[in-house]
Ligand binder design. Structure first.
Ligand SMILES: C[S@@+](CC[C@H](N)C(=O)[O-])C[C@H]1O[C@@H](n2cnc3c(N)ncnc32)[C@H](O)[C@@H]1O
Length: 222
């Protein structure tokens, strides 16, 4: 395993349970916790394979699964993965380090159509492993797939560093917003939502998939 993530070194021993309880309470209170999933859902075909990278207790992956996608959630914190398994049965929840991710080696060889890193995952990985994390996540995405990443810009990982790491990982920055509901990006914004694409040929779709691909890529009026 690589050096220890900030998720462990920068927080106290009770932090994982606090995080689990916090999101359970928000869910019970009816807080809208699905914003990231709604954005990703809008970017992929129905029934896509989606990697929830740094899934925590499963909030985003569970919503994507509820929307019909096939989800694998990966997190380095076993306490959070146990909570995801308890609260959100269905998706595969896996304990693994994103910096060394090898799902094929653990029996999940199929590439993903998309990955999402929500909730400041990039600010919580081990210092110096950011490029490795993006590289290993990118390695699990099919050509032409997307990686959507959101993190606070004041958390010790500048957006400029992220851009270098994403490019070094072979991912192309396609869009950037300042919120998950697509408010425009501006330098100095407190949050960055970046849409990265893995270069490659457009997916070859079958008869049904081709219709869906076309209808999702053009104005329905044409
Ligand atoms: C603030 S939580 C976000 C959890 C979830 N994505 C959400 O939005 O609720 C950050 C997560 O990143 C995970 N993480 C940090 N470094 C990691 C690594 N190297 N591999 C896998 N997960 C990691 C932590 O364990 C933690 O669950």
């Amino acid at each position: 395993m690589s050096t220890s993530p900030r998720w462990f070194t920068d927080t106290g021993p009770e932090h994982s349970q606090w995080y689990i309880d916090r999101f359970r309470k928000m869910a019970a209170d009816g807080v809208d916790l699905a914003g990231e999933a709604r954005l990703v859902d809008a970017m992929v075909a129905p029934g896509s394979r989606i990697l929830d990278a740094g899934c925590g207790p499963g909030r985003v992956g569970a919503e994507l699964a509820a929307r019909g996608h096939v989800v694998v959630g990966v997190d380095i914190d076993p306490e959070l993965i146990a909570a995801a398994e308890a609260d959100h049965p269905g998706p595969a929840w896996v304990v693994a380090d994103l910096a060394e991710l090898d799902l094929a080696g653990s029996g999940q060889p199929e590439p993903f159509d998309a990955a999402v890193l929500a909730g400041n995952v990039m600010a919580f990985v081990a210092p110096g492993t950011e490029r490795a994390v993006l590289t290993r996540v990118g390695a699990h995405i099919r050509p032409d797939g997307v990686v959507v990443v959101g993190f606070g810009t004041d958390r010790g990982y500048p957006v400029a560093d992220f851009d270098q790491d994403a490019a070094g990982a072979g991912l192309v920055l396609e869009h950037r917003f300042s919120t998950w509901d697509l408010r425009p990006w501006s330098e100095g914004a407190g949050f960055a939502v970046s849409v990265l694409r893995k270069p490659g040929e457009a997916a070859v779709a079958g008869p049904v998939g081709a219709d869906l691909a076309l209808s999702s890529r053009r104005d329905c009026a044409d």
